[in-house]
Design a binder for this molecule. Sequence first.
Ligand code: NDP
Ligand code: 2IT
Length: 444
Amino acid sequence: MSYVDQVLDRVISQNPAQPEFHQAVREFLATVRPVIEENEEEYRREALLERLTTPERQILFRVPWVDDKGQVQVNNGYRVQFNSAIGPYKGGLRFHPSVNLSIIKFLGFEQIFKNSLTGLPIGGGKGGADFDPKGKSDREVMAFCQAFMQELYRHIGANVDVPAGDIGVGGREIGFMYGEYKKLTGLYEGVLTGKGLTYGGSLARTEATGYGLVYFAEEMLKANGLDIKGKTIAISGAGNVATYAIQKAEQLGAHVVTCTDSTGWIYDPDGIDVALLKEVKEVRRARLTEYKAEKPNAVYHEGKGVWSTKCDIAMPCATQNELGLEDAKLLKQNGCIAVCEGANMPTTLEATKYILDNGMLFTPGKASNAGGVATSALEMSQNSERLSWTFEEVDSRLQRIMVNIFHQVDAAAKKYDMPGNYAAGANIAGFLKVAEAMKAQGIV
Ligand code: NDP
Ligand code: 2IT
């Protein structure tokens, strides 16, 4: 049996009932196969792939907190410190009722290669809890964040592990967690990114993932003789990534006609109104029905279905496995030419295969959404030198990083005879740097 197949079998049997983690590893191993096969004996002897697919450390903890009625609630907390070959563990925290070890491990695994692609010194990690911030008061969210940090603080640090936001974790949650970390440790250090601007945050971090996605898409389209200007885009999600992807795409002359939340979706022929979207989702923390209520031309659909929209480009920016095979077929039928992932693993393996086999362009999240974590690393740099850069400085570095990631990914795909297969290119380019660093550091 080939080494790659042997490792995949091992991952599946040693991590039962973790379908998302299996999916991420399967996708990765399938595309790095040609690189491994060039040096199979050496990789096998050093158990490089076994080490890479096994987290360095997994922390599972109880998070007890008191709700507004005086009832004690208990949630499950996670931090998976996956790989520190190229830098301190870095990756977001997700608060969502669906969170489990499989989801945190798939995210942590992909984060290793994403962080490598940024060219910055950050290792891979991810964490979170099955806490649902929906419908909770600010005091309840604070109580939860404090309880979460009461355990997490002993495992993280500015040079150890630096968490940030993800689904359900934005500026409010990072603030509460930062305050608790400072109180427990007495340290005022860059232990979290995505901080508020008054206490060590970086300008443009809020916008970075969405903006970075559009910078990446723009460069990829350019390399294929296309222009983002004038394109109709269907986006899913209505959170941090989606909002700023919509804003940047509209600034660059594209026409974004959809957004979604967990209960339904909006089609707005006039183009999504970002100011209204932010008011509904960030300020009121309400449903998209409130967007519709203020936009007579917009149509609100309950449930799923956003990928039935006629568009040139689809940008899934909500969550994993939100774009399946039937969605990919619909997109193709309707003339869509590119799927650019803003979320982590939003496209199923079957849908990705269909997209690539049918001549559509595809950019994998670990490359196209890397602008968020790259800007987090820029926030770490600013914290270290105790300076704050201007918005323009951070944004122009972000643009350069995204353009550079695209060219690394493109070159790796070409080098291994898979031109245009950016999914393979991203995995290979991300992997090679981490593998070299792991080799250099010996068996640890
Ligand atoms: P937010 O919590 O800000 O927004 C998430 C959006 O997706 C919300 O509109 C939410 O709906 C919707 N959503 C979440 N879960 C589901 C679900 N299970 N089914 C349907 N809709 C869902 O998160 P982000 O924008 O930060 O994250 C979106 C994606 O981008 C995630 O995959 C995340 O891992 C990835 N990502 C985020 C980065 C960041 O910097 N924040 C960086 C790189 C990737 P509702 O409004 O109803 O809650
Ligand atoms: O998936 C991701 O890259 C993030 N949620 C951002 C991580 C970070 O450390 O900024």
